[in-house]
Write a protein of this length. Sequence first.
Length: 505
Amino acid sequence: MVRFAPELVSSSLGLGLLLCSWGCLASAESRAPPEKIAIVGAGIGGTSAAYYLRQKFGKDVKIDVFEREVVGGRLATLSVQGHDYEAGGSVIHPLNLHMKRFVKDLGLSTIPASGGLMGVYNGENLVFEESSWFIINMIKLVWRYGFQSLRMHMWVEDVLDKFMRIYRYQSHDYAFSSVEKLLHAIGGDDYLVLVNQTLQENLQKAGFSEKFLSEMIAPIMRINFGQSTDLNAFVGAVSMTAADSNLWAVEGGNKVVCSRLIQASKANLISGSVLSVEDKTKTKQRGNPTKMYEVVYKSGSETKSDFYDIVLVATPLSQKIANIAFLNFDPPIEEFHQNYQQIVTTFVKGELNSTLFSSRAKDQFGLSTVLITDNSDMFINSLGIVNSVKGKEHPPPSTDGTQVWKTFSREILTKEQITTLFLSYDYAVRKPWLAYPYYTPPEKCPPILLHDQLYYLNGIESAASAMEMSAIAGYNAALLAYHRWNGHTHMIDQDNLYEKLKSEL
Ligand SMILES: Cc1cc2nc3c(=O)[nH]c(=O)nc-3n(C[C@H](O)[C@H](O)[C@H](O)COP(=O)(O)OP(=O)(O)OC[C@H]3O[C@@H](n4cnc5c(N)ncnc54)[C@H](O)[C@@H]3O)c2cc1C
Ligand SMILES: *[C@@H]1O[C@H](CO)[C@@H](O)[C@H](O)[C@H]1NC(C)=O
Ligand SMILES: *[C@@H]1O[C@H](CO)[C@@H](O)[C@H](O)[C@H]1NC(C)=O
């Protein structure tokens, strides 16, 4: 049982609390905390918001988290013959500090992400094959692409380096009222250019070759975001970090973080689908009429409703996904056109027909991940051997040549397609997702602030969709709601933070 420990706040934020003990007390007196907060969606975004809202607003506020399906959202597992595998968000980068912190605070364990050797298939043959010898890899890469892979590494490092600033801003309690302002505070105009340009444009200008882009970069975009180098350069960089080493996952499944965050934040989980949010004036037991939001939801066959001071929407607002009506808002809340693409995850336990990819004997194949170039006409985006959420030895490796393979594809695979890929298979199971936006830069991110105390988290996915991005959006929305509630305007949308915090040290 995880309890919400006050020392957890003081251990990591101790200094911050000391520093602001006067200012914070003074402003805390200015307004009583809200009574009730609603969060729509129990994915990593909504549950991390619950966690940080509890830290900011204290123990008395009632936090309700609405979930229409299962806690975890796009973090979910599928079972293959009694063992669970990550079907949605699977790998986490060592520098994803919110995810790292959750695992530590919640007492969870990590496992290394599925590894092994990678190859790139172009529809005819393997244009690149990784070797288990580091030095041989380097020689192969330099032979084929000159020093481009090294320069690529530096390009990604540069984006990531700046990205790390967000953690400082957030640990000092600063919040942003739009995704653009958040990005600008992190990386200035350069960062806005990243979301406005295609990765292709950006890397071409930086002098990368067509061959390197189509053989190395496009296949990495395809496995991670189901599209080519036409996505924005920021999500491109995020996607490149998923090719780094030391990636990890949460033992037992990444979704466990979400259910534990709900417990730790002492929020009430309500099983139900939110139908509408309405701007209303309500008279509380004592006092004057107050502006509140009425949340109408369907739980089983019943339609119920309740009033909230603050509402956070932590699911993509796209008709096919959430379909929430915003009633009585003046001006009306505009509809967003975030276009989420279908990606189907399929797990197959079987023996790969490796001659599809390479003329080598099947016991000499040796690759555990096959990336695929755009021009290949393949019906899948990628193919790879995966470990269960309990790690490499569960179940123990089979001796009959069968493995659990995971593929991503745009469409549901037909039986014929599966038998084309596999010599034989015992079992196949799939899950279609509306996975992430289809990126079409220049990207305009939907607002975070939909109304006075109504916040939207998933606009950040228009810049890049990843677990850590949703966690950052969750924390940001919690801080923003807190500061707006208390009138702390100096904590919102500060743009020169990097310099300011540097001189504070
Ligand atoms: C196949 C796939 C692979 C991925 N791989 C990675 C990866 O390796 N690494 C990584 O970092 N990220 C990855 N991602 C992205 C990552 O999973 C998502 O960015 C992240 O999980 C989004 O979390 P969220 O909380 O913002 O949204 P969601 O997880 O979508 O949560 C929203 C929740 O709201 C609920 N909901 C919707 N409408 C309503 C309503 N009206 N009422 C009540 N509840 C509602 C939904 O049921 C859902 O549970 C992947 C995604 C997919 C699909
Ligand atoms: C990015 O594109 C948007 C939308 O087209 C535009 O409003 C904005 O000014 C652009 N920003 C930069 C830095 O180019
Ligand atoms: C394996 O794939 C090769 C190449 O496409 C094909 O010729 C062969 O028939 C396949 N083997 C089986 C058993 O399907």
